[in-house]
Design a protein around this ligand. Structure first.
Ligand SMILES: Cc1ncc(COP(=O)(O)O)c(C=O)c1O
Length: 386
């Protein structure tokens, strides 16, 4: 059957390709998947059970339950001083994944260039292409802790450049930005008249300083689509709830597409999300404390083993260099899996700039992390003995 040419041009997700190898193998310790090892806190699960018992099984408004939009509005106001009107400026989506897709569909005209700092989350480039846009990579490296600078943006901008995607804390590098760094970036965004798509799904998991939403910077609210959700902070990946906040015109355009494609996110998940916000941040803070503890352990062990690794400022990923071993990312990951039964993601899953790196998720319990790092240590030692 003939499929659209563009689908042929986008590669399958590098994470999935690698994890097809893992499937079918027994007793593998996986540091591969990007999801919390915690289950969703009980009060949230209980609310969903009641919702089903009470017969909440219908569609909701396309924009999402008004109660949830109000809770999100309140949460952003209290936590960050951000003001979004729940009626016109907030849209509930099926995870940040859908919110991201809608953002690009709502803004891209064929041939528009979209700036993407790389290495980047796996879906940014393919979705940009599927929307008819041209992804333009902004290279980052360990020399700058995988951060972009205003100069990088200026250098790559031309008349066709419409938007930039910024994800911080970053998947896969863990890089994040201080308020001062973001302010400098915002000045170029304004000067170049760009839209900012700010994926802040890991915002609550920022370890060394306060997270600053991009929309809080001067003159940025009117040109930012703020994306966030429940998957990471509340360990709710399977519930599929996220949201987009932004100017009325953009949220209106996104809602138009959403009403023909998804209609709405599951009512049960939306009710659970209301409970998540109402119950406050205690469980989020507990999980964050545990991730921070694991970060310290994983980073110090990797450096001890000789895989140089910068200190991630947020999210739950370490991104060590394996360049010293002279193996490609894929080769390293494949052989580590075969020899030690430890699964990690080759850096190339996040674009060609990921060559020479691995992504390890520390959203795994300490015992597993200890065992996995022992396996990595044995493997690296065995390489130097060849
Ligand atoms: C940077 C980033 N954005 C978006 C997503 C997707 O999140 P959701 O589960 O809300 O669709 C992920 C998931 O790993 C992610 O890492």
């Amino acid at each position: 059957m003939k499929t659209a040419k563009i689908v042929g041009q986008i590669p399958p997700s590098g994470i999935r390709v690698f994890f097809d190898l893992v499937l079918g193998m027994k007793d593998v310790i996986s540091l591969g998947v990007g999801e919390p090892d915690f289950v969703t806190p009980w009060n949230i699960r209980e609310r969903a059970i009641y919702a089903v018992e009470e017969g909440y099984t219908s569609y909701t408004s396309n924009k999402g339950l008004v109660e949830l939009r109000r809770e999100i509005s309140k949460f952003l106001k209290n936590k960050h001083g951000l003001d979004y009107d729940p009626e016109e400026e907030i849209l509930i989506t099926v995870g940040v994944s859908e919110a991201f897709d809608l953002s690009l569909r709502a803004i891209i005209d064929r041939g528009d260039r979209i700036l993407i700092p790389e290495p980047a989350y796996v879906s940014y480039r393919p979705i940009t292409m599927l929307c008819g846009g041209t992804p333009v990579s902004i290279n980052t490296s360990p020399g700058s802790n995988f951060k972009i600078t205003p100069k990088d943006i200026s250098r790559l901008c031309d008349k066709k450049t419409k938007a930039m995607i910024l994800n911080y804390p970053n998947n896969p590098t863990g890089a994040s930005y201080s308020k001062k760094e973001l302010k400098a970036i915002s000045e170029v965004i304004l000067k170049r008249d760009l839209i900012m798509i700010s994926d802040e799904i890991y915002g609550d998991l920022t370890y060394d300083f306060e997270h600053t939403p991009f929309a809080t910077l001067p003159k940025m609210k009117e040109r930012t689509i703020y994306l966030n959700g429940f998957s990471k902070s509340y360990a709710m990946t399977g519930w599929r709830v996220g949201y987009a906040c932004g100017p009325k015109s953009l949220i209106g355009a996104m809602t138009k597409i959403h009403q023909y494609t998804m209609l709405c996110a599951s009512i049960i998940s939306q009710m659970a999300a209301v409970e998540a916000l109402k119950s406050g941040e205690r469980s989020v803070q507990e999980m964050k404390r545990e991730y921070r503890r694991r970060r310290e352990f994983v980073i110090s062990r990797l450096n001890e083993i000789g895989l140089s690794c910068h200190r991630p400022e947020g999210a739950f990923y370490a991104f060590p260099s394996i360049k010293e071993t002279r193996l490609s990312s894929l080769e390293f990951s494949r052989r580590l899996l075969e020899k030690e039964k430890v699964a990690v993601v080759p850096g190339t899953a996040f674009g060609s700039l990921g060559e020479g790196y691995l992504r390890l998720s520390y959203a795994s319990n300490m015992d597993k992390l200890k065992e996995a790092l022992l396996g990595i240590e044995r493997f690296v030692k065995s390489l130097s003995q060849i």
